[in-house]
Ligand binder design. Structure first.
Ligand SMILES: Cc1ncc(COP(=O)(O)O)c(C=O)c1O
Length: 429
């Protein structure tokens, strides 16, 4: 492909030829990769009628725990339930507070309400977009029980200072690793650093098996509390601690968190192939960004090379966008122009939980005040201006194509689309 020629042609949005041309491979963006091995694994469960059993789920759990490097893993019907199990596991309860980032999927935080706990949102680091260790301590109160860390879009949060703060204030750390299966933080697997981690395995996730989730921990009490809460069918051999065993037979949470074995069967196959698929995605995204190394206004959302930290499978990858380097071109305009080139770009951020009415107004359990304040003497609600970095992210972040295969020529065309728009940004002003 003739990069120099493509990037100097007129912009497609102004009537020029597109940078992304010709037929694209179906494989480039397709996910999950499902082969006959997945299909047979699922069919066997169906033919055995063992969808509601736990034998295959237990196999998946031991394989996942071995890969993750934790003592325990526990399968769930979805990631939301696994995060609720983790919150209950660490003892989050009536009147407690959870410190969490605001721009994340709601299931990193909202379940706290159903435990009678509340949520206080902290700001994020402008580079990692994960909870900022420098903004955690100002939110700690005598009621704070735990910190929720989200490895956002697969970027590993800065766990060393977060763990240090937690230990100093006697707080528990929950890692939401739904975006980051296989991401490394300074050479260590995320999901095995905090007190407990939980993750979604739904179809869009990097490790994708359908509606499913997984909780991982080294802590026997957290593990058994999670079993006691939502896995009554596992109480027989899952509970050993006397204070939990006393209630065996009924789930303390009144919820059923069992994983469907068609999902755990597929998850076993997906996990087996995951390291090599993750490595291919990493090569593809590294290739894309290296082609843009000298492109003005863009840099990768990715830890520095040689830091020991990685991006796992680069879940829904994004880049940092600096409009001032492009004459003030707003990100929406840039996206429009790249898409006109055939670029397939979106904004790709969750909305801000700290400003949502569910967190600020809803009286969900009829306490006569917002549920967020139901058991608190102070007003925990946060208004515009509370989290300056979080609130300005949408202007500074851009989605990039989520390549699942390392196809050099096709990736180069997409990179050319970004470069072409960036170097001709003045024509869009
Ligand atoms: C960060 C994060 N946490 C939690 C979840 C919830 O997982 P699930 O959809 O499997 O319930 C998701 C995704 O859906 C997520 O992206």
């Amino acid at each position: 492909m003739d990069w120099d020629n493509i990037v100097t042609q007129p912009l497609a949005i102004l009537g020029g030829p597109k940078a992304v041309r010709g037929e694209l491979s179906d494989e480039l963006f397709h996910w999950p990769i499902v082969t006959e091995e997945d299909e047979w694994a699922v069919v066997e469960v169906l033919r055995a009628g063992s969808m509601s059993g736990t034998d295959i789920t237990r196999q998946f759990e031991s394989e996942y725990a071995a890969w993750q490097g934790t003592r325990y893993a526990l399968g769930y019907c979805n990631g939301t339930a696994s995060l609720l199990g983790a919150m209950y596991g660490v003892g989050l309860g009536r009147g407690d507070e959870l410190i969490a980032p605001s721009r994340t999927y709601w299931a990193s935080a909202l379940q706290a309400f159903s435990l009678g706990a509340s949520v206080v949102f902290a700001d994020v680091d402008p580079e990692s977009l994960c909870i900022d260790p420098n903004d955690i301590e100002r939110h700690i109160s005598p009621r704070t029980k735990a910190i929720m860390v989200v490895h956002y879009h697969a970027y590993p949060a800065d766990m060393d200072p977060i763990m240090d703060i937690a230990r100093r204030h006697n707080l528990r750390v929950i890692e939401d690793m739904s975006h980051a299966h296989g991401t490394l933080y300074k050479g260590r697997m995320v999901g095995a650093i905090g007190d407990v981690s939980a993750a979604s395995l739904m179809s869009q996730k990097s490790l994708a098996a359908g509606e499913g989730g997984i909780l991982c921990t080294d802590d026997q009490r957290i593990y058994e509390r999670a079993i006691a809460f939502g896995h009554y069918e596992r109480h027989g051999d899952g509970l050993t601690l006397p204070d939990l065993k006393a209630f065996a037979g009924l789930p303390l949470g009144g919820v059923k968190h069992r994983m469907n074995q068609t999902v755990s069967a597929m998850a076993r196959v997906q996990l087996k192939h995951y390291p090599e698929r993750l490595a291919e995605i990493d090569r593809a995204l590294t290739r894309f960004w290296s082609l843009l190394a000298r492109t003005p206004g863009l840099h990768p959302h990715c830890p520095p090379k040689n830091s020991g930290s990685t991006m796992g499978a680069w879940y829904m990858p994004i880049g940092h966008y600096a409009s001032q380097a492009l004459g003030g071109l707003p990100v929406e305009k840039f996206i429009e122009a790249v898409n006109a080139e055939g670029g397939r770009v979106g904004l790709g951020l969750n909305f801000q939980l700290h400003l949502h009415p569910v967190f600020n107004q809803a009286d969900i359990y009829r306490d006569g005040k917002p549920t967020r304040n139901a058991f608190s003497e102070r007003d925990l609600r946060q208004d515009i201006g509370a989290l300056p970095v979080t609130e300005t992210l949408a202007e500074r972040v851009i989605g990039i194509p989520y390549f699942r295969r390392d196809l050099p020529d096709e990736i180069a065309m997409f990179a050319a689309a970004f470069h072409k728009v960036a170097v001709q940004a003045d024509k869009l002003l």
